[in-house]
Write a protein that binds this ligand. Structure first.
Ligand code: DON
Length: 360
């Protein structure tokens, strides 16, 4: 009898041990992504599913971008506790393009506060293409009222944001810009000179936008310098892993989860994410948000970053774009991976509701 009891006790102890080991591994995965779905599996599945997708076309209004290999495809998901999950080519660099706008906005907000951007540039979607001049004309009448219907993620607002970075010389300003990008990526980044030269030779439209933003009072001085620095910031080389880390830095409240370096105060990150949510994919931002709930930003180099606050940052690089200027494969892969991992912040209540009602 007593022997039987001790055998039962022993097997009970074994079962309890197994259950608690399983619980620890489940909670470890929860800490990483917020669900029990295995992140590497989700990333690999999306890579395999979308690698043969051929929709879209490289941007060609900047000649250097047309030459980038359209088959390049890399995915990097980085959790807020620093775990990295990748698939495909996460080492080849493309130009960061408009994704840079997020981190220049972050620099201005960090230096001058959330109101600085809201008052000078605005934080509203324009509903227009990223380089729309009509959008500039539409807002010019409200300069000085404190509510321009513009934002730092479209070209006119982005060139204005670059003009707001404080520095005595162009070099001082540039050091700050490349500094915050590098800190977010966790390694020193550099300009891709072929892209910089190519865009500098063909950016007359951005020069016109810069001149208009100066004429209407958004840019206070030296608009030519602002356009040049903006062109340089768009030419910074990044790979999918860099972009994943930059996204994760925002997901982690402004602190790089690998290096521990802070790029922006935690209290300021929600403002950055809000503009990404409303304008990160330009006139397709609403559609994107509807399917993912994620603040995100695209670039015509083919990258997209997306942020699941408190959980993970994810990035995909794939150059072919749709008509709105957003990478086709990146949108598809991020949507699938994030939704599989429970990344949508608007759906977060579901898991809690099921857990607390005991119906799990
Ligand atoms: O100013 C431009 O047109 C480019 N340097 C950046 C545009 C861009 O990336 C738009 N993104 N989807």
């Amino acid at each position: 009898m007593s022997k039987g009891l001790s055998i039962r006790q022993a097997s009970l102890a074994g079962i309890i041990g197994l259950i608690s080991a399983a619980a620890i591994s489940v909670s470890a995965q929860r800490a990483s992504t917020g669900t029990t779905v295995e992140p590497q599996g989700a990333v690999t599945r999306a890579y395999n599913e979308f690698k043969s997708l051929t929709e879209g076309k490289n941007a060609d209004y900047i000649p250097a971008l047309a030459k980038v290999d359209p088959n390049l495809f890399g995915i990097a998901l980085v959790t807020t506790d620093g775990k990295v999950y990748t698939a495909g080519d996460v080492g080849t660099e493309v130009s960061i393009q408009s994704i840079s706008k997020v981190f220049t906005m972050a620099q201005v907000i960090q230096e001058q506060g959330l109101e600085s951007v809201e008052k000078r540039i605005g934080v509203d979607a324009t509903g227009a293409r990223f380089n729309s001049i009509i959008a500039v004309e539409a807002v010019k009448t409200v300069v000085g009222t404190g509510a321009p219907e513009m934002n730092p993620l479209v070209n006119p607002g982005a060139i204005s944001a670059t003009s707001m970075v404080i520095g005595a010389t162009a070099d001082d300003i540039w050091k700050k810009i490349i500094g915050i990008y590098s800190d977010a990526a966790g390694r020193p980044l550099r300009v891709l000179n072929d892209v910089y030269e190519s865009e500098s030779a063909t950016n007359q439209r951005n020069q016109a936008i810069g001149a208009l933003m100066f004429a209407y009072g958004y840019i206070k001085n030296n608009w030519q310098q602002a356009v040049d620095l903006y062109t340089r910031q768009c030419s910074v080389g990044v790979n999918a892993k860099d972009l994943g880390m930059m996204a994760a830095t925002l997901a982690a409240g402004g602190r790089n989860p690998m290096t521990g370096k802070r790029i922006i105060d935690e209290s300021k990150v929600p403002g950055v994410l809000a503009v990404m949510a409303t304008a990160g994919l330009y006139d397709d931002s609403g559609k994107w948000l509807y399917h993912t709930g994620l603040p995100a930003k695209s670039g015509v180099g083919g990258g997209i970053i997306a942020v699941s606050p408190g959980k993970f940052g994810i990035a995909v690089v794939s150059p072919p774009l749709d008509d709105a200027g957003n990478s086709v494969r990146a949108q598809r892969a991020i949507t699938q991976i994030s939704n599989n991992l429970g990344g949508n912040p608007y759906a977060a209540f579901r898991e809690e509701a099921v857990a607390t009602s005991g119906r799990r």
